[in-house]
Design a protein around this ligand. Structure first.
Ligand code: PEP
Ligand code: MG
Length: 836
């Protein structure tokens, strides 16, 4: 028999729900309660251990359904599942159904012998009866077009003639759907001119396939308590021509911007990776993913996989969207709304879900099938504009599939050297680029501290990001020149531009060679202070470049890159092999291994099923994620500890915001050490533990944290975005995420002072460390170590050797009083005497 678990903050509430539900089925169904906490002063709360015990008490292989009230009840339930053996975890389902109605519906279905999915479906649908009775919903949601209306709820209807020039094409259709979904009423719409069926107003695909053009007559119905308001709002959209300029009646939709002779030439973007590239462009278009269909047993997990992939796809499109609106104006870029709405279309999602739950199809096959159906319905319409939209549908569909499949993209392997032009490149795609073939990168999204930009610098590939979307329409083979230092690109550059850039490229190469000549010497200021220069790496090949460029150690190994492009986490042995190989190349130089920092702009679909986040950078990232995934965390710690024998390996925890997190991580580390001891496996018992200081909270309590750890490394990439409240991947706010802002510099100073007062060392591994303009500030602030991308090591060492600490301290004192990052830059440029 299926077991039911009620999780609530209040014991009384949970017992009451149990009593009510049990009565319905004469106690035939096992129902357990996990509610309240053992604190007489404050008994309201939930406890994962209690939830675990409750699940265990009603567990059978038929499955367990867990219903929760709110907030931390969900977290406790999620944690409880992790305590269960893996085989049992698959059979326990957390259900978002309403607690009281859901519990009753679930026990009745369980008592009737339904399987766990039917029980869950009953629980989820439990509010429908109440809603129908109250007239809030007049008909059950269905995948088919309704043919009848319900007399119990008010149904209102309007007819109108469409006057805007684009009709209900992508952007107006998106506005229509967004407006329709704001209301409780169910909205349906029919194109009378084309004699279509009545379709759902909350489905972008159904609305778009009505093929509504200027002059068509529509009937819109609304059923529900707010029917009048809904229709009024929709009517207003039409009356307002969806905000379009109706004057240009004969002009085509302004989505594709073609190059004209007048617009050719210089394009400005964000300087993301220095260097000059001159080469033909190749437009990167992701490979078409082909998928395999197979039978799945755990349909809930499959559905969660699909939801997670869709969520990440939406985030990716939003990033592209924010850049497009910067370049081509809000009104035109709002066309991307249609792509987002496609991924939110309830009809599409319900159809995919049905295929998973009823036909036991894998997520990829279910998704592909519904996307194909939509594309086919677009194709069959006699409307050239809609037929063009098929490409968008296929594109969005493929984006989700790529995330589900998680495989490498063959189109990134170029045959001939070229500049890669793309809307966006994920960190994992960038990491796979071959610098011998990809001479430059030019994307319409991204910013200087996004992880894709960081990797481009590590690979030494010049990059200009956030550039005008027009580049996407260049024919492959068009000559482009790109200056990653100034953030500019030229299409078919004129000869004098080519001459200038070639000269700059030569000067750049000469400067690199000069810096390289002294790269293997220690970096010592003119007044005798030695500063360690370490490397930030993500792979074995990075460490080779780092050592060749004079790295004195690795200050940051970003281990998340071991976890990308796969469908499951790397095993302990796989990780051990990589850590050992890196340590061997370092030949007893220090190696700081940062534990997994997924989240933010490095999502991993296979590890994050079912938890879409509105703000991933503020979400389940770094140490937070690891402390919630102890198996994963322990596997990594074991691999790091095992690799430490005979090497100088240190461990570093990312995204620390509280002392509790550090202590919790150290307890886990202690457990892993004890397990290794017990198994007779050797490791470096004295291994140092440090933290990234990259969250403002960590700066505020730096004195307390310093007492807990052996070293700090300041992550200015994240610290800047959190201090300045500016997403590091959003080009619109790129000017704010500048680590030279006095607000960020003061935080860096506070951290260094706390570290030194506690007698621990402090480095800086954010991208600021590689900016040689900032070197004087970093020395003046008193950092012990700078960790930079391997390509920048020679230049940074050279910069250190040309500075002196006393002058740097004076510049810092003044920098901290400036009004903006620009002012700080100006101050440095005028204070530091350039080398002869
Ligand atoms: C940082 O935040 O500055 C940092 C070095 O870490 P990451 O860029 O990997 O978030
Ligand atoms: Mg960081």
């Amino acid at each position: 028999m299926i077991g039911i678990v009620i999780v609530s903050h209040s014991k009384q509430l949970a017992l009451g729900v149990r009593e009510l539900a049990a009565q319905m089925v004469q106690n035939q169904v096992p129902i357990a309660v996990a509610a309240g906490i053992e604190d007489p002063e404050n008994p309201l709360g939930t406890d994962p251990i209690q939830v675990y015990e409750a699940i265990a008490s009603v567990y059978s292989d038929n499955g367990v359904l867990v219903l929760m009230d709110l907030g931390s009840a969900l977290l406790s339930a999620e944690m409880a599942i992790e305590f269960l053996p893996e085989a049992q975890q698959q059979k326990v389902y957390l259900c978002e159904a309403p607690l009281v109605e859901g519990a009753i519906a679930a026990v009745v279905a369980a008592a009737a012998g339904r399987d766990i999915h039917q029980v869950m479906a009953e629980a989820r649908g439990a509010l429908l009866a109440k809603a129908t009775q109250l007239g809030v919903v007049s008909r059950p949601l269905s995948l088919v077009t309704p043919t009848t209306t319900n007399v119990e709820s008010p149904t209102r209807e309007i007819r109108l003639i469409v006057s805007n020039r684009l009709g209900l094409h992508a952007r107006p259709a998106a506005q229509f759907v967004v407006t329709a979904t704001r209301f409780q009423s169910q909205i349906f719409v029919q194109n009378l001119t084309r004699n279509t069926e009545l379709v759902r107003g909350d489905s972008i695909n159904q609305v778009t396939t009505l093929g509504v053009r200027q002059g068509h007559e529509l009937v819109i119905t609304a059923t529900g308590a707010d029917a009048d308001e809904a229709l009024a709002a929709l009517q207003a959209l039409f009356a307002n021509n969806f905000g379009e300029d109706n004057v240009a009646l004969n002009s085509p939709p302004a989505f594709h911007h073609e190059f004209t002779p007048g617009t050719r030439g210089e394009l400005a973007g964000i300087a993301a990776s220095p260097g000059v590239a001159i080469a033909p462009v190749v437009h990167y278009q992701p490979t078409h993913i082909s998928i395999t269909q197979y039978h799945v047993e755990n349909v809930e997990l499959e559905w969660q996989r699909l939801q997670a992939a869709i969520h990440i796809a939406k985030q990716e499109i939003q990033a592209v969207f924010s850049q497009a609106s910067l370049q081509i104006g809000d009104a035109e870029a709002a066309i991307f709304d249609a792509q987002l709405l496609f991924l939110e279309d309830p009809v599409l999602l319900e159809a995919a879900k049905e295929r998973i739950f009823k036909n036991h199809l894998n997520a990829e096959a279910a998704w592909q099938a519904v996307v194909d159906e939509v594309a086919t319905s677009y194709r069959t319409l006699e409307d050239s504009y809609l037929q063009e939209r098929v490409d968008d549908v296929v594109d969005v569909g493929q984006r989700v599939l790529r995330l589900l499949v998680g495989n490498a993209d063959a189109n990134l392997h170029l045959e001939e050297p070229a500049i890669l032009v793309a809307t966006d490149l994920s960190p994992s795609n960038t990491a796979r680029l071959d610098p011998k073939k990809v001479l430059g990168i030019c994307t319409t999204s991204g910013s200087a501290t996004s992880h894709s930009a960081i990797i481009a610098r590590t690979l030494g590939i010049p990059a200009v990001l956030g550039i005008d979307a027009q580049v996407l329409h260049l024919a492959d083979g068009t000559l482009m020149a790109l200056d990653g230092e100034s953030g500019r690109a030229w299409v078919e550059p004129e000869s004098h531009i080519l001459d200038l850039l070639t000269a700059k490229q030569e000067a750049w190469q000469t400067a690199q060679q000069q810096a390289q000549a002294t790269a293997h010497q220690p970096a010592i200021t003119l007044d005798g202070r030695q500063v360690s220069v370490f490397a930030n790496i993500g792979s074995i090949s990075d460490v080779q470049v780092a050592v060749a460029n004079g790295a004195e150690g690795v200050g940051l190994l970003r281990t998340e890159f071991l976890y990308l492009d796969r469908t499951s986490a790397p095993t302990e042995e796989e990780q051990l092999a990589v850590y050992q190989a890196i340590a061997q190349v370092l030949d007893n130089r220090p190696l700081i291994i940062r534990t997994l920092d997924v989240g933010g702009d490095k999502p991993l679909p296979y590890l994050r099923v079912g938890f879409p986040e509105a703000n991933p950078f503020l979400g389940w990232r770094g140490i937070r994620f690891c402390l919630d995934h102890l198996d994963l965390f322990k596997t990594q710690l074991r691999a790091i500890l095992r690799a430490s024998v005979g090497h100088q390996i240190k461990i570093m925890l990312p995204m620390i915001a509280s002392v509790t997190e550090v202590r919790a991580a150290k307890v886990i580390l202690g457990e892993v050490q004890a397990e290794l001891n017990q198994a007779g496996i050797s490791f470096d018992a004295g291994m140092k533990v440090g933290i990234m200081v990259e969250v403002p909270a960590a700066v505020a309590i730096a004195d307390q944290l310093a007492a807990e750890v052996d070293f700090f490394s300041i992550g200015t990439n994240d610290l800047s975005q959190y201090v300045m409240a500016s997403d590091r991947t959003n080009p619109r706010v790129a000017n704010l995420v500048d680590a030279l802002h006095p607000a960020v510099l003061r935080m860096v100073q506070q951290t260094i002072q706390a570290a030194h007062a506690a007698g621990i060392s402090v480095g800086l591994c954010g991208e600021l460390a590689a900016d040689t303009l900032a070197t004087t500030i970093l020395l003046g602030l008193g950092l012990d170590e700078l960790s930079v991308n391997p390509q920048s090591i020679p230049g940074v060492k050279q910069a250190i050797a040309r500075l002196n600490i006393v002058e740097s301290e004076a510049i810092v004192a003044s920098a901290l009083q400036q009004d903006s990052a620009e002012d700080v830059r100006e101050l440095i440029s005028t204070s530091v005497i350039p080398p002869a």
